[in-house]
Design a protein around this ligand. Structure first.
Ligand code: UDP
Length: 206
């Protein structure tokens, strides 16, 4: 199978294109649906794991437990590659958010899947969504929402995401908040897939 155990986390050692197929259709390849499609209505959660996440997982046990429960963990960056080389399981490809986002938008646009952008300072998610939409005019932007909200706003924000009928939710609240927020709220979200994307909206808005 595609699982590579690193720092006691099951990393999905897959190519970027397979990772994107998973985000869009929950499958690593369309002929064998080995990777589970969940029976429940919960979205599948995908996280990028880099050296920083590993450090945080040692520091915060609730974050570590959250990562262990995720549906898909991608090997992000050189640190993960070096760790995998150590156990003779070469990483197929560096699957990081900044390389994935434009490709994901392109494929989502082609397949008619919509994306909701949650996170970053006021205005940033909107700007990132608009820029990506300019690049991929067929991209369906389901909506956007900044990431500076309180716990008591969760219900309203989740309702906004669900009303948008987004297929894919991108959450840019920074680690470990974004992974913990997604894990705690997955049961209420109606999208198919949610990814934690860190500071990516800042990157794509400017
Ligand atoms: N952020 C947010 N709400 C918060 C804290 C942070 O939306 O309560 C956003 C912040 O504006 C930035 C992103 O989360 O866009 C964090 O980016 P950073 O690069 O620090 O995260 P990392 O990639 O290290 O997880």
């Amino acid at each position: 199978n595609n699982i590579c155990r690193l720092f006691d986390l099951p990393i999905n050692n897959v190519s970027m294109s397979k990772a994107i197929n998973w985000v869009i259709s929950h499958r690593f390849n369309l002929s064998s649906n080995k990777f589970h499609t969940k029976a429940s209505e919960k979205p599948n959660l995908g996280f990028f794991i880099n050296a920083h996440s590993i450090n945080l997982s040692f520091k915060y046990n609730d974050f570590y437990q959250t990562l262990k429960q995720a549906d898909c963990l991608f090997a992000d960056g050189i640190g993960m590659r070096l760790a995998a080389n150590h156990i003779d399981e070469p990483i197929q490809e560096n699957v990081n958010g900044s390389d994935m986002l434009p490709k994901l938008c392109e494929q989502a646009a082609n397949e008619g899947k919509s994306i909701f952008f949650l996170g970053s300072s006021p205005g940033v998610a909107k700007k990132a969504a608009k820029r990506l939409h300019n690049t991929y005019p067929k991209l369906k932007v389901a909506g956007y929402q900044h990431g500076y909200f309180k716990e008591h706003d969760n219900k309203r924000i989740i309702a906004k995401i669900n009303q948008s009928k987004a297929d894919i939710l991108l959450v840019a609240l920074g680690s470990p908040l974004q992974e913990i927020w997604l894990t705690n709220n997955a049961a209420y979200l109606h999208c198919n897939t949610a990814l934690a994307v860190g500071g990516l909206f800042d990157f794509y808005s400017g």
